[in-house]
Design a protein around this ligand. Structure first.
Ligand SMILES: NC(=O)c1ccc[n+]([C@@H]2O[C@H](COP(=O)([O-])OP(=O)(O)OC[C@H]3O[C@@H](n4cnc5c(N)ncnc54)[C@H](OP(=O)(O)O)[C@@H]3O)[C@@H](O)[C@H]2O)c1
Length: 305
């Protein structure tokens, strides 16, 4: 029996083990939940956008003003005014009849819908293999959105800002992806978050735009209440903040404490304002607002810390 096994069955046994192992690599490892970078197979970028609002407008303008080769861009008719203007300004932008047409004709689909309606719209659409979804929706993790589309296509996240239209802001993405890298490298730069927790931190940092203008507005208001004309105060603040931003972009890594000291004369008014601000818990208020925003976007999420 032993001899029979060695002569006749052992090669079959070895071969079947090899086949099983190969199968394991192909199926089990291949279906590993972690996203592995996949280049779009046909090397064509056929972009689709669900929702034609502020951010879609900016991303498309940024792409079309760059030298990136994009085969087609298909957009929704909502918002009608923005959609008409985009298709008028760029020959490769086309307005679809409905959302399903956008999904069917794109291989990279951007979800630029407001949080409140994204789930309902995505659940009503049919997706196809070979397609990737990129969501701009801040409160939705990759896992949640995957569930809305029956896990049929990979889901990525990006947080572009309106300044991508002028190639002036970097876009955080997660997970790493060659096609997204290619696109956002052309519109101001790409930042690859290492995990979804990091991505959410960038997401919150991108929400500092409002408070930045709120802070600037408060300073402006204070100056005008005490006697300056709007033109004088706003212009002065605009040039001051522009110069300060230039200053800190000069050094990498940026040492904010050192900059604070460099621009605060000992015993002077800069130092006085910082200490009055901290005495009144200004720093604490800002950090707790950031914590609140972080909780707001992650509370429903299964985030890996
Ligand atoms: N703006 C930013 O700086 C920014 C930055 C990063 C991420 N985001 C996120 O990106 C998403 C989009 O933001 P946004 O600022 O571009 O919002 P937005 O300007 O309000 O655009 C959303 C668009 O979706 C359209 N829409 C509504 N129902 C639709 C439907 N059934 N089918 C297709 N389109 C529909 C709206 O059209 P109508 O106007 O006709 O209703 C609107 O034009 C949000 O989740 C936002 O949080 C925004």
């Amino acid at each position: 029996m032993d001899e029979f096994f060695h002569k006749n069955l052992k090669p079959v046994w070895l071969l079947s083990n090899f086949v099983l192992f190969f199968f394991y690599l192909l199926v089990y490892k291949g279906s590993n939940k972690k996203y592995k970078e996949q280049n779009l197979k046909d090397l064509q970028l056929r972009l689709g956008f669900l929702g034609t609002g502020t951010i879609t407008n900016a991303v498309i303008r940024g792409i079309c003003k760059s030298d990136l080769k994009v085969n087609s861009i298909i957009i929704s008719s909502r918002n009608a005014q923005i959609a008409r203007k985009l298709s008028h300004d760029f020959s490769n932008v086309e307005i679809a009849k409905n959302n399903q047409e956008i999904v069917s004709r794109s291989n990279l689909l951007f979800v630029a819908l407001r949080t409140q309606i994204a789930e309902q719209i995505l659940k009503s659409l049919i997706f196809h293999k070979g397609q990737k979804i990129v969501t701009f929706v801040p409160t939705t993790t990759c896992a949640i959105l995957s569930g809305w589309v029956d896990n049929v296509v990979p889901v990525l996240r990006a947080v572009p800002l309106p300044f991508v239209a002028e190639h002036k802001s970097a876009t955080p993405i997660f997970p790493a992806d060659a096609d997204l890298r290619k696109i956002f490298a052309k519109t101001g730069g790409v930042i690859e978050a290492r995990n979804e927790h990091q991505f959410n931190l960038f997401m919150i940092a991108s929400s500092l735009m409002g408070i930045y203008f709120h802070f600037s507005g408060l300073c402006d208001e204070w100056m005008q209440d005490r006697g300056l004309a709007p033109k004088q105060s706003s212009l002065y603040l605009a040039t001051l903040f522009l110069t300060l931003s230039d200053e800190f972009a000069k050094q990498i890594p940026i040492d904010f404490k050192a900059l604070e000291q460099k621009y605060s004369t000992k015993g002077g008014t800069n130092e006085l304002i910082i200490s009055a601000f901290e005495e009144k818990n200004g720093g604490k208020a800002l950090k707790s607002a950031l914590d609140e925003a972080f909780y707001y976007i992650t509370k429903k999420a299964d985030v890996d810390l």
